[in-house]
Design a protein around this ligand. Structure first.
Ligand SMILES: O=C1O[C@H](COP(=O)(O)O)[C@@H](O)[C@H](O)[C@H]1O
Length: 232
């Protein structure tokens, strides 16, 4: 599917524009169905965007927020994506939104993935908004090069849900929605910042295997247009 690059002069300009686009999309879904859903990424990039989005005046009590992926750590661990969302998005007006975590205490990461699949099934299909990030290795969500379940994660025929992923570059074991869960969002966004990430994107947009740069699966096969938001 096609992608569109939206470039901004600064991360602050990007955060304001993306927050407005997301708020409009969520509000339209609420007007149409009475509810809305958004799956966001963690890492370091989205913090400013989360802070601006949290101040937007929409019916947050009708919005369900979840994560596209999570490290297999509790929410009080500094590596937790839940912690990042809690501290920066579930604040201000967005405090009244419902949050569905991917991590929960379980005997194994596989059991945690099963529980997360069960819990997230209530959110509804497709997501209204998905915000993806991208690592310097071309991973997105927790689709890491060399990942233990990468082929399954990227296979369009894999049922929607949360699966596990382990990879050299991932640190802890991961919980990640599958490609099939994310790729048909009403608004599908790739949010990256910095010159380095722009170079990674250019490489990903070139030829090569999806397994080497898994973001290629989204760029090449997502059903929804990919809106790329970039600032230096
Ligand atoms: O580990 C992760 O990395 C990616 C990219 O993070 P960034 O800090 O380079 O923006 C992130 O999208 C993903 O959610 C996270 O688990």
């Amino acid at each position: 599917m096609a992608s569109t690059l939206h470039s901004f002069a600064s991360p602050a300009d990007l955060a304001g524009s993306l927050a407005e686009k997301v708020a409009d999309t969520l509000s339209a879904a609420i007007s149409a169905r009475g509810t809305a859903s958004i799956a966001v990424s963690g890492g370091s990039t989205p913090k400013a965007f989360f802070q601006v989005l949290s101040t937007r005046d929409i019916a947050w009590d009708k919005v369900t927020i979840t994560l596209v992926d999570e490290r297999f750590v509790p929410a009080d661990n500094a590596r937790s994506n839940h912690m990042l969302v809690d501290a920066n998005l579930l604040q201000n007006k967005a405090k009244s939104a419902r949050f569905v975590p991917l991590y929960q205490p379980a005997a194994s990461v596989e059991e945690a993935a099963r529980l997360a699949t069960e819990k997230s099934a209530e959110i509804g299909i497709p997501f209204d908004v998905v915000i993806l990030g991208m690592g310097g290795d071309g991973h997105t969500a927790s689709f890491f090069p060399g990942g233990s379940n990468l082929a399954t994660a990227l296979d369009a025929s894999t049922p929607r849900g949360v699966i596990t992923m382990e990879a050299e570059g991932a640190g802890e074991p991961r919980l990640t929605f599958t490609f099939s869960s994310l790729q048909d969002a009403a608004l599908l966004v790739l949010h990256i910042e910095g010159e380095g990430k722009k170079d990674v994107l250019a490489k990903a947009e070139g030829s090569g295997d999806e397994a080497d740069m898994p973001i290629r699966a989204i760029l090449r096969r997502a059903t929804s247009p990919v809106e790329i938001y970039w600032a230096p």
